[in-house]
Every structure is written in C-alpha cells, then in structure tokens.
Design a protein around this ligand. Structure first.
Ligand code: C2G
Length: 129
C-alpha cells in the first residue's frame, strides 16, 4: 500500500485544495494530510478564518483524505515520513525544491497549483482586504 503525505493550512477550502488532494491520493492508496495548527499558522504568518478543528473536520469529510494529523512545526516532516511509513511526499509547485531533503527517505514530487484560485484571492475579492 503506497502511503502519501501532504501539508498545508487548507483554510476557506476551495477547488484548488480539492484538486491537490485528489491528485495526491491518485498517486497512492492512502493519503495523510498534515494540517497546520492555529499556532503554526502564526509562525507561518497566516491567519486562518476557520480554526484547526473546523479545518480538520472539513478535510476529514473529503473522500480523498484518509487521515488528518496536526502540523505544528517546519521540522516535523522527516519524523512524519518515518512515523507514518510514508512512500511519497507531495506539495504544490509553489514549494518546488523546498523539501528535497526528504528525498533520502521517500519520493518527493511537486505538482502544478490550480491557477486562478487562492484563499488570499477569496478574502480580497469577497471582503476587499
Ligand atoms: N494549492 C494548489 N492550488 C491552489 C492553492 C493551493 O494546488 N490554487 C495547494 C498548495 O500548493 C499546497 C496545498 O494546496 O500544496 C495547501 O495550500 P495551503 O493551505 O496554502 O498550504 P501552505 O500554507 O502553503 O502550507 O509545511 C508546508 C506548509 O504547511 C504548506
């Protein structure tokens, strides 16, 4: 069974997120999403509209997602790959190259982001801020 992992904040869930999750799941048989906690979002300088529990519940309702775990630091990926016996690490290409150190542990791929949608764009266009 090929186990896949990906990371993110997944705030204001939109079709770009869903497309990433669908493709991640398609590369394997089991998809783990490491979801940024509210505390880690502060470190990432991201303020999410929905809190961790709300974002977690929404991700768990998506058919492509098998497990949601907390992401509370930049350095946890290497431990997660071992702990969850991960075969493939996948992220959108805005992170191209950022996590290549994981290549010693598992396959690492970056896939094209879905153009024309982002949480920031939604906030700007809906709320003008
Ligand atoms: N994404 C995408 N297309 C979009 C928007 C996002 O493919 N239009 C992808 C991103 O490339 C990422 C995932 O969806 O792989 C989650 O996006 P974010 O929630 O913005 O994740 P980010 O804040 O980049 O967190 O340790 C890694 C970080 O936690 C990544």
């Amino acid at each position: 069974m090929k186990r896949v992992i990906t990371y993110g904040t997944y705030d204001l869930l939109h079709y770009g997120h869903i497309e990433l999750l669908r493709r991640a799941r398609e590369h394997g048989d089991y998809l783990i999403v490491a979801l940024s906690t509210d505390e880690f979002n502060k470190i990432k300088n991201k303020k999410s509209y929905y809190n961790y529990e709300q974002r977690k519940m929404m991700l768990e309702s998506i058919r492509y997602v098998d497990l949601v775990i907390p992401e509370d630091g930049w350095g946890q990926k290497t431990k997660d790959v071992d702990k969850y016996d991960v075969d493939l690490f996948i992220m959108g290409h805005d992170w191209e190259g950022e996590f290549d150190e994981l290549k010693s542990q598992c396959e690492v791929i970056y896939v094209n982001r879905t153009e024309g949608i982002s949480t920031t764009q939604i906030k700007t266009e809906l709320y003008g801020n």
